[in-house]
Ligand binder design. Structure first.
Ligand SMILES: NC(=O)C1=CN([C@@H]2O[C@H](COP(=O)(O)OP(=O)(O)OC[C@H]3O[C@@H](n4cnc5c(N)ncnc54)[C@H](OP(=O)(O)O)[C@@H]3O)[C@@H](O)[C@H]2O)C=CC1
Ligand SMILES: O=C1OC[C@@H](O)[C@H](O)[C@H]1O
Length: 390
C-alpha cells in the first residue's frame, strides 16, 4: 500500500439510471474499508440527458457532494475541466457514441458492459483512445473482485492442472406472472432492440468473461487465440435474443468454453449448483452465482477433496453498510491513470475486442440484428444517442 497522499480520481457520471446509482454509491464508500489507501474517488459532476433537475435529484439520492456540478446534457459534462474520467452508464446502444463524445473531448472513460453493439465500434473506440493518449476500460467489474484475482492465481499456480474446459451460465427467471411473455416491458433495455437489448449482450458477457479469464487471458501473449464460435439463440417477440448458448473452441490449447444465458430460468434458484466450473487436469474450481457478483468459490481436487471459500464484499458502516463491489474496478482506473497506463492489464483492449467479436458472431449465427443508428461506427456528436432525443 502507498505511503503519502492517495491519488484522487475525479469522476463525471454520464446517465442517472440504476447502475449509475450503484456505482456512485460504491465510489463514495471509504477506500479504507476495502484496504485501499493509495487511491480515492470524487464525484465532481453528474449529467442526465433528461434534465439538470434529474441530475440534481440523482446527486441527492446518492448523497453526493453538495458542490458537484449537475448538467442537463452529456455534452456539457464532457467539457467540464474538473472531470478526469467519465463513467458511461447508458444502455449498450449508446456506448459507442457516448464514449466517443467523451474521448473526443479529451476525457478518460470507463464504459459499462457490454462495451459496444458491434466489434467494429469497439475497435474504433480503442483506436481513438490510443490516438488521443486516453485511458479507456470496459466496466467488467467482476474481473477486479478479489475472488476473481484469487481464481486466476489458483489457475496460474497449477492448483487444478491444465485447464481444458470452462462452463459458465448467467440466467435469470424473468417470466411474467401471467402469459408467455417476459416481465420486462417491450421498451425496457433488456429486450428492446433499439437499446441493444437481449440476453447475449446484457447477461452472456459474464459467462463469457469467465471463459475468457480462464482460457484466454492467462495464456502467454503469443499463445492467445481468438476462439472459433458456434452459437444458437431463440428470439423474444421484440426480436432480441431471450436465450443464447455459445461454444468457444480454442484449438491450439485443446480447450473449450461453454457460455449460456436465458431470461427464462434461473442459473440455480437454490444456489447450490455452481454458476461457473473451471475444469483442469487435477481438479476444478467452482464459482457460485451470480456469475457477475460471486462471493463464494470451491476448489475440488481430482481425488474428491474439496474446500469452500467465502469472499464477501466489504461494506462501509459510514454509508449504511453499502458495498456492492464496483469500487474494485474504480480503483483499477485510478491506479492505471496514476501510473500513466491507457489500458488495464486485467482487461486489455485486445481482449474486450475479441469478446465483442465473439458476441457479434454468436448474434450473427442466432439471426439477431440491431438498427443502423446503434450499429454504425461513424461518430456523430449530434446523434440522438448523444443529445438525448432517443
Ligand atoms: N455492471 C453491472 O452490474 C451492470 C451493468 N449494467 C449496464 O449499465 C448500462 C445501463 O443499465 P441500467 O443502469 O440498468 O439502465 P437504466 O435504464 O436504469 O438507466 C440507463 C440510463 O441511461 C440514460 N439514457 C439515455 N438515453 C436513454 C434511452 N434512450 N433509454 C434509456 N435510458 C437512456 C438515462 O439516464 P439520463 O436520463 O440521466 O440520461 C437512463 O437512466 C447497460 O449498459 C447495462 O448493461 C446494468 C446493470 C448492472
Ligand atoms: O450487468 C448486469 O448484471 C446484473 C443483471 O441483473 C443486469 O441485467 C446486467 O445488466
Amino acid at each position: 500500500m502507498a505511503s503519502g497522499n492517495p491519488y484522487t480520481l475525479k469522476w463525471g457520471i454520464m446517465a442517472t439510471g440504476g447502475i449509475a446509482e450503484t456505482f456512485c454509491k460504491d465510489l463514495l464508500c471509504s477506500p479504507a474499508v476495502r484496504g485501499a489507501d493509495d487511491v480515492r474517488h470524487e464525484i465532481v459532476a453528474v449529467a442526465s440527458s433528461s434534465s439538470s433537475k434529474r441530475a440534481a435529484e440523482f446527486l441527492q439520492k446518492i448523497n453526493g457532494a453538495f458542490d458537484a456540478k449537475t448538467y442537463g446534457s452529456y455534452s456539457e459534462l464532457v467539457v467540464d475541466p474538473n472531470v478526469d474520467i467519465i463513467y458511461v452508464a447508458t444502455p449498450h446502444s449508446h456506448h459507442f457514441q457516448n464514449t466517443m463524445l467523451a474521448l473526443e473531448a479529451g476525457k478518460h472513460v470507463l464504459c459499462e458492459k457490454a462495451f459496444t453493439v458491434t466489434a467494429a465500434q469497439a475497435r474504433k473506440l480503442v483506436e481513438t483512445a490510443k490516438a488521443k493518449n486516453l485511458f479507456l476500460m470496459e466496466a467488467v467489474w467482476t474481473r477486479y473482485f478479489p475472488l476473481s484475482i484469487k481464481v486466476r492465481e489458483l489457475i496460474t499456480s497449477g492448483e487444478i492442472g491444465t485447464v481444458f474446459r470452462t462452463i459458465g451460465d448467467l440466467s435469470i427467471n424473468s417470466n411474467a406472472e401471467e402469459g408467455s411473455g417476459l416481465s420486462f416491458a417491450d421498451s425496457h433495455r433488456m429486450v428492446n432492440p433499439d437499446l441493444a437489448g437481449g440476453a447475449t449482450l446484457d447477461l452472456g458477457v459474464y459467462p463469457l468473461t469467465w471463459v475468457f479469464q480462464t482460457l484466454y487471458h492467462l495464456q502467454p501473449e503469443q499463445d492467445k487465440e481468438a476462439p472459433t464460435v458456434i452459437a444458437s439463440s431463440n428470439k423474444y417477440t421484440t426480436g432480441a435474443d431471450e436465450n443464447t448458448a455459445i461454444i468457444c473452441s480454442f484449438p491450439s490449447h485443446n480447450s473449450i468454453g461453454i457460455a449460456s444465458t436465458t431470461m427464462r430460468a434461473d442459473t440455480d434458484p437454490e444456489n447450490v449448483v455452481p454458476a461457473v466450473r473451471i475444469q483442469g487436469s487435477k481438479g476444478e474450481i467452482q464459482v457460485f452465482a451470480p456469475a457477475y457478483r460471486p462471493t463464494k468459490y470451491r476448489v475440488v481436487k481430482k481425488n474428491g477433496e474439496a474446500q469452500t471459500f467465502d469472499v464477501p464484499q466489504p461494506a462501509d458502516p459510514a454509508r449504511n453498510n453499502w458495498g456492492h463491489g464496483m469500487f474494485w474496478e474504480a480503483d483499477e482506473c485510478a491506479r492505471c491513470l496514476r501510473d500513466g497506463k491507457l489500458e488495464s492489464a486485467t482487461l486489455p483492449w485486445k481482449e474486450s475486442i475479441v469478446i465483442m467479436e465473439t458476441m457479434e458472431e454468436a448474434l450473427r449465427q442466432g439471426g439477431i440484428t440491431y438498427p443502423e443508428l446503434i450499429t454504425t461506427d461513424v461518430y456523430d456528436p449530434k446523434s440522438p444517442l448523444n443529445t438525448g432525443n432517443q
